[in-house]
Write a protein that binds this ligand. Sequence first.
Ligand SMILES: C[S@@+](CC[C@H](N)C(=O)[O-])C[C@H]1O[C@@H](n2cnc3c(N)ncnc32)[C@H](O)[C@@H]1O
Length: 219
Amino acid sequence: MMEQVNKYADGYFGNEDEHLQHILKTIEDHGMRNISVSNATGKWLTLLATLKQSKKALEIGALGGYSGLCIARGLAEGGTLLSLELEPEYAKLAKENLMRAGYGEVVDYRIGDALTSLKQLKEDQETFDFFLIDADKERYKHYLDACVDIAEDGAVIMMDNVLVLGGVADETLKDTLPEHLQERTRIMREYNEYVSQHPHLFSALLPIGDGLICSIVKK
Ligand SMILES: C[S@@+](CC[C@H](N)C(=O)[O-])C[C@H]1O[C@@H](n2cnc3c(N)ncnc32)[C@H](O)[C@@H]1O
């Protein structure tokens, strides 16, 4: 069902420009798995970063730069994006792709484990007004806590892949998923409940792509 809905929506709103298409091609050319955010999710990132007039954004998980470009496109004049990525080659590719798209000056990459980087950012008293959480799903809860810690009041936090292809909502579908996604379904069910009850977040779940939660931080 999610696949059909996404296909329908992308049929009307899924126009992907040359730079986004190029990013997907470079991911393929490098033999990397394309686990970029979906086309529609990318659109929402640009839309919400624009509405937020984000000045200082942070993403967890760069891959080839697809979500990074979508966020960068929504930044306010003078805005910056810090991207946290474990793999140096992925950060290098993402940087090349953002430079090619004209956003090389706006984005910076911090290589290494994201939780360590987030801890350092807190120690350095850095704050941000827009976040995307899109790395290893097992640690989403820790990423979210760390992001809330360094978020400005009113910051936006987006979290991708929260529906696990719909498995979180449909037990029969869940049972047909590969084993690692069944485990992810369990993790995401717990996570979604955690976000929904978080005392400092006002949140909604957008059933697009693989499911995207959008929260506003209320400090
Ligand atoms: C789903 S992909 C990100 C896709 C990207 N947000 C996009 O849409 O273009 C997840 C990324 O998180 C990175 N990652 C995984 N574990 C990480 C960690 N502990 N710290 C930082 N990055 C990590 C992976 O190397 C991968 O590039």
